[in-house]
Design a protein around this ligand. Structure first.
Ligand code: RUQ
Ligand code: CUA
Length: 656
């Protein structure tokens, strides 16, 4: 134990020394960014459009932010796993079910790795998927509406981190567990972790037409930590690769105890083989509880269904489906190049960057060149699968992306830099500092067969002195580089929101053409919709009051309501009658213990109010929508519980 501690302290002091950003020459950033030819490269004139969309994960914000490249302008925050008062997501009756889980309503999530749907290995811009790490879930966002339309909880998973990456035709969105846990969950001593905990790798099928998600199967793997993953592509399509750490299976002081093995593994999973096994009835259905939340674009309403079982597969029941590739020192990112041949394991504590060869892997499997096994899963021999290694490229490699021109770009957290190197020769071509402590990096289309390699941006953990200070907490930063030449060129520094882990980016054209402008009123199937001022009404059912309300520039109908009493539960069902692009109306009542609503043209949204005080309370539109926006207001009278005030409502005349 003493020795372990000593060696760890040695490692840690090296890390600390390099993590401090002071040793980076600040002036290094000035030369590039100030040059006017660089400014031109990121300048998007007022009214002009950016060439690329970037979707940057919000980390602990639980959401996803949308940026334009090369300008670095933020366009939108899409609420996914967290309640979002700005739009009423997770507050309106229609969207609350999106945040339902087997643990009840959860208002927050930790989102990490967005990935755009693909067809034939190319980004198609239909959907974007993102994982929630803390209470394991996968969300799907429709890129027509930029709305979260489906969330599925992942049972048996814990720390849903090696997620949410899609296969070449979006057959599956894959979610691996970071923490291993007892499966099924049960009361047992933590010290009995080793050999008893398991790690679930979940393959969630995506229906080709609708995009509907369903858990097809889970592979119950040994109790390691499955950190990141990537699909095979091209020749390796049909395989999926997962980095592991803590193959030591420690349950305490992991910074020491999970850094003992010289090599951990990349798990190579032949999912086509397992799919076939499952299609033939293989695997077992196991009791489980997980929420499946679906948002209907016609009722503008989400429903949550609790699923009761999941199919699990023991990997040793499917010979030839899973292998371990030894990979040095707690690899983090697991990245596959556009050809599908190279699998990069970014060993956080390794001096060199390890690259495996898919062809050599198949060959080693064929010739059964095994170097032992772990829990019945064959371990391949390191030398037999090694394609090559990049010698001493930097310190603390995390993630690698590719430009489609035979180059790879790896982030180094400890030495705060991006290093460009050549696939096949493994030589380092260029290195550029990042400011500071870079995590992920993204090349538009980088996770596909066809990267659109003009830009690369790095997302940093520490911002420090890059912007005007904003108190102890600074937003994280991203740095945009031009990678069209031999050398990378730093173009721009822009703030991000929450913690940007991964990002997905693509050329704007596909998304821009398909982006929806309004919701057609005729298609509105919301049960409480009202389609004109004449349609509006107030209906009492016991102590529930349903107000069928409309809104159009610049009034609510009705705008005077009487007959509500303390103790009532009042539902404002507000339909926005506008059929113009970008004209939402808002809705809020004084003293209401929820957020405002933002209702898009053609949509119906519902806000609940349980008045606790007698009085006449105003409501108003929260979104400045016209010159007479300030006139967009109304009153609701609340009488004592015992009162007999008649239920009446009006617009443009007094209630008698
Ligand atoms: S992980 S850098 Cu989810 Cu690498 Cu954040
Ligand atoms: Cu409607 Cu302001």
């Amino acid at each position: 134990m003493k020795n372990i501690l000593k060696s760890t302290i040695a490692i840690l002091s090296v890390l600390v020394a390099f993590t401090s950003c002071n040793n980076l020459a600040k002036s290094g950033s000035k030369s590039g960014a100030l040059a006017s030819n660089v400014a031109e490269k990121v300048y998007v004139a007022p009214g002009e459009y950016d060439s690329h969309y970037a979707f940057i994960s919000g980390g602990y914000s639980g959401n996803l932010t949308v940026y334009g490249l090369p300008s670095g302008r933020m366009f939108k925050e899409i609420p996914v796993f967290s309640q979002f008062a700005t739009s009423g997501y997770g507050y309106s009756e229609e969207t609350k079910p999106m945040l339902n889980t087997s643990h009840g309503f959860i208002p927050w999530g930790d989102s990490h790795h967005p990935d755009i749907s693909q067809t034939n290995g190319e980004i198609d811009g239909r959907f974007i998927f993102i994982n929630e790490n803390n209470t394991p879930r996968i969300a799907k966002i429709d890129l027509k509406t930029f709305e979260t339309t489906e969330i599925i909880e992942v049972p048996n998973s814990a720390g849903n981190h090696s997620s949410s990456f899609v296969t070449e035709n979006t057959e599956y969105v894959v979610a691996g567990t970071r923490f291993s846990v007892p499966i099924p969950q049960r009361d047992m001593p933590i010290k009995d972790y080793k050999g008893n905990f398991k790690g679930a790798l979940s393959f969630i099928s995506v229906a080709p037409e609708t995009g509907n998600m369903d858990i097809k199967f889970q592979i119950l793997m040994p109790g390691f930590n499955y950190d990141l993953s990537h699909p095979g592509r091209g020749k390796s399509h049909g395989w999926f690769f997962f980095t592991t750490y803590n193959t030591e299976e420690a349950s305490t002081l992991l910074e020491v105890n999970a850094s003992q093995n010289d090599k951990d593994f990349i798990a190579a999973v032949n999912w086509k083989k397992i799919e076939e096994y499952v299609n033939n009835g293989g695997g077992t259905m196991m009791p489980a509880e997980y929420a499946h939340n679906v948002y209907d674009e016609h009722t503008h309403t989400a429903t949550s269904t609790m699923k009761k079982e999941v199919r699990v597969v023991n990997p040793i029941d499917v010979p030839g489906a899973v292998y371990f590739l030894p990979t040095p020192k707690s690899p983090h990112g697991c990245d596959v190049d556009p050809s599908g041949e190279y699998i990069v394991g970014n060993g956080k504590l390794s001096a060199n960057l390890t690259v495996h060869s898919f062809t050599k892997m198949l060959d080693a499997i064929e010739n059964e060149k095994f170097d032992g096994e772990a829990y019945g899963i064959p371990i391949l021999n390191f030398e037999d699968v090694l394609a090559g290694s990049v010698e001493q490229p930097g310190l603390g490699p995390l993630h690698t992306e590719f430009d489609g021109q035979g180059n790879a770009y790896t982030t180094f957290f400890i030495s705060s830099e991006v290093v460009k190197w050549k696939l096949g020769t493994w030589e380092v071509i260029d290195r550029k500092p990042t400011y500071y402590s870079v995590g992920h990096l993204t090349i538009p289309g980088g996770n596909s067969r066809k990267p659109q390699g003009k830009y690369m941006f790095a997302m940093n953990k520490i911002t420090k002195d890059r912007y005007l200070p904003t108190g102890p907490e600074m937003e994280h930063s991203a740095q945009l580089y031009d990678i069209s030449g031999d050398k990378m060129e730093l173009l721009l520094d822009f703030p991000t929101h929450g913690e940007p882990h991964y990002a997905a980016a693509m050329e704007a054209s596909l998304i821009k053409e398909r982006s929806q402008k309004i919701y057609n009123l005729e298609d509105n199937k919301h049960p409480y919709a009202a389609f004109s001022d004449d349609d509006t009404k107030v209906v009492r059912e016991g102590n529930e009051v349903h107000i069928y309300m409309t809104t159009i520039r610049s009034h609510f109908s009705p705008d005077n309501i009487e007959g509500v009493k303390v103790g009532d539960k009042v539902y404002f069902h507000v339909t926005n009658l506008e059929q113009d692009f970008d004209v939402p109306h808002g809705f809020a009542v004084l003293g209401q213990n929820t957020s405002e609503l933002l209702i898009m043209p053609g949509q119906t949204k519902t806000s609940v109010w349980e008045p606790t005080k007698v009085g006449v309370w105003p409501f108003y539109c929260t979104d400045f929508c016209s010159a007479l926006h300030q006139e967009m207001q109304g009153y609701i009278r609340v009488s004592p519980a015992s009162a007999s005030t008649p239920m009446k409502w009006s617009l443009g005349e007094d209630i008698e």
